[in-house]
Structure formats: C-alpha cells, structure tokens
Write a protein that binds this ligand. Structure first.
Ligand SMILES: NC(=O)c1ccc[n+]([C@@H]2O[C@H](COP(=O)([O-])OP(=O)(O)OC[C@H]3O[C@@H](n4cnc5c(N)ncnc54)[C@H](OP(=O)(O)O)[C@@H]3O)[C@@H](O)[C@H]2O)c1
Length: 303
C-alpha cells in the first residue's frame, strides 16, 4: 500500500510513518516544510496556500490527514482559534476536493477528536450527537469538510481520537512533569472523563482503518475503559511514585488557561463501539499498565 500522510511530522504522524515503513508499505510524508520524516523525503504542501500538489497523490492508495495547529499551543485568542479551526477545516476541505475529483486515492482517514462530543458525563459512542463549545464546533466543521470525498465515492473514516499516551509528546509528558513536582491531583474536582488511548493502539487502529473496508464514517480511537481525571492522576502518581492528592480548583485552572481550560476541565466518556464491533483487539486496556509501558517505568516488585 502507498499512503500519503499529511501532518506526518507530528506526534502521531511520526509513529504512523515508522509503523508503515517497518511493515514494508510505501509512505509519502507531507509537510509544510521541506525535509524528511523517518528518513523518507517529504512532499512540501502548505494547505492554506492552495490545493495539494500532484506529487502528494500520484500512485497513492490512501491519505491519512493528521494536520492541525496544536489546541494547547497558547491562549485561545480569536486569532489562535481561527488557526486551530482553519488548519483542520481548510486542509481537510482541500484534500476532500482533490479526492472527489477521482482518479486518485480511494481511502481517506481523516483526523478528528472526541472533542466532537463536547463535555459529557454519560457514555457516548459514534452514534451520539455532537456537543457544544469551541472544540465540538471545530470537530463538526472538520468532519463536514471531508464530505465531498465521501460523496465522490471515497471511503472516508473520521478518526475521533482520544488523549493519546506517548512518551515523546502530547498530554502524558506534561502531566508527568507536574506529577513529579508533587503537583498532580484532581483538577476542578477530577470527575471529568479522560478518554485515553495508548499510542500502540492509536497506530493499530489507524492501520485497521486504512486496510479494513468495514471502517467508514466516525470511529472512536479510545481505549475501552475511559477513566475520570482523578483516577488518571492517581494512576500516574502510582507509576511515578508521587502522591496525587493536591487538588487544583476549577477557578484556578480557568484563571491560568482562560477558555482553553475546557481541555483540562471537560471530557467525554467515549467508548470505541465501532472498533470493538469490528473485532479490533486492544493491546492496552489498563491505564496504569499503558502509562508504565509508555514511560518505561518498571512495575514495583510484588511480595
Ligand atoms: N495527540 C493527541 O492526543 C490527539 C488527540 C485528539 C486529536 N488529535 C488530532 O490528531 C491530529 C494529529 O495529532 P498530533 O498529536 O500528531 O499533532 P501534532 O504533533 O501537533 O502534529 C500536527 C501536524 O499538523 C501540522 N500543522 C501544524 N500547524 C499547522 C497549520 N497551521 N496548518 C497546517 N498544518 C499544521 C504539522 O505538520 P508540518 O509542520 O510538518 O506541516 C504537525 O506535524 C491533530 O489534528 C490533532 O488535533 C490528537
């Protein structure tokens, strides 16, 4: 299989490139900057500047789109929000239009996020309605931008990704740093849900979405057992040998983060219904084991 990966230089993209290369697939990394990802020369494309270049789609069977400006890269000013939105919606729209024209890849696995569901205490799966708030609205637009490809007969997967646990980036190293400083603990009461997924399963599910025709439309990329934030803090504290008792009130989180506090204080009890129905065998279903494996922390010896 020959796969173009937009956003290949990112946290998930790099691991996906490595996994595809390791199993002998051809990869076309796509980046706004010239260079290479995992030793593979990238095709340069700035999605805001215009449609994808022919070199990105030539002989390609599938496109994975993981592009998007970081949602926690700075306070959510109007300008920052526009960047977060446009880097996803414009990129997806341009890819979808190119694929809808035909003669190219017939599969699009497009990034999305569990933020689609907004802040929810009840269980949600791929059939649930969208929530409200900036992230939910962005996800709705992001997914809608892929529609032209689906209308053009392309198999489109909307990869609603949870909190990906990886040692080299994303939420886990940041939370680990705070925990090591004895500042881990419940945030705003800690009852909000954290739909986590180990990087190993994130990649395993993306590969399944690429290869398996049964994946089509929204797919939750989350482990089968989401936890509340306070349980996550406790598990991380156990792995790092630090107590996770220091509570941070919601008002303090909001003072520090502004509207962006939505990321820390809200969550979803998202379940991977489609993946389980398709028989995907999760490798990491226990949070503490997943954190330990990713941070390469030995489990304590049992008596
Ligand atoms: N990691 C998570 O826990 C998580 C959870 C839910 C959803 N997701 C979604 O999954 C996708 C990949 O996540 P990730 O963690 O791998 O992200 P990442 O490490 O931040 O990488 C995203 C990639 O997007 C490209 N990008 C950044 N700013 C851009 C802009 N303004 N315009 C166009 N492209 C831009 C960059 O590629 P170049 O600089 O090479 O162009 C970058 O490598 C993202 O859309 C993210 O929202 C991730």
């Amino acid at each position: 299989m020959r796969v173009a990966i937009v956003g290949a230089s990112g946290l998930i993209g790099r691991r996906l490139v490595a996994a595809l290369v390791a199993r002998g697939d051809a990869v076309v990394p796509v980046s706004r900057r010239a260079g290479a990802v995992d030793g593979v020369a990238a095709v340069t494309w700035d999605p805001v500047a215009g449609p994808p270049p022919a070199a990105m789609l030539d002989g390609v069977d599938a496109v994975v789109n993981l592009a998007g400006a970081s949602i926690d890269g700075g306070r959510w000013t109007a300008e920052r929000k526009r960047l977060i939105r446009d880097s996803r919606v414009i990129t997806t729209g341009r890819i979808a239009d190119a694929l809808a024209a035909g003669g190219g890849p017939r599969v699009l696995v497009n990034g999305s996020a569990v933020g689609f569901y907004g802040s929810r205490a009840e269980e949600v799966d791929e059939t649930s309605a969208p929530g409200t708030g900036f992230l939910a609205d962005t996800c709705v637009e992001w997914e809608a931008a892929a529609a032209p490809a689906a209308s053009g007969g392309v198999r489109v997967v909307l990869a609603r990704t949870g909190i990906v646990l990886a040692r080299e980036g994303g939420a886990l190293p940041r939370l680990a740093t705070v925990t090591k400083m004895f500042m881990g603990g419940p945030l705003g009461g800690g009852r909000q849900w954290m739909p986590w997924i180990a990087m190993e399963d994130q990649i395993g599910l993306l590969l399944a979405c690429l290869a398996d025709d049964r994946y089509r439309g929204p797919v939750n990329l989350t482990a089968p057992h989401p936890v509340r934030q306070r349980e996550f803090a406790a598990a991380l504290g156990r792995v790092l040998g630090r107590p996770s008792l220091v509570p941070t009130p919601a008002v303090a989180v909001k003072a520090m983060m502004g509207e962006m506090a939505e990321i820390a204080l809200e969550g979803q009890r998202a379940l991977p219904k489609v993946a389980l129905a398709n028989g995907y065998a999760f490798r990491c279903t226990d949070l503490e084991t997943a954190i330990r494996a990713e941070l390469r922390q030995e489990a304590p010896a049992t008596a």
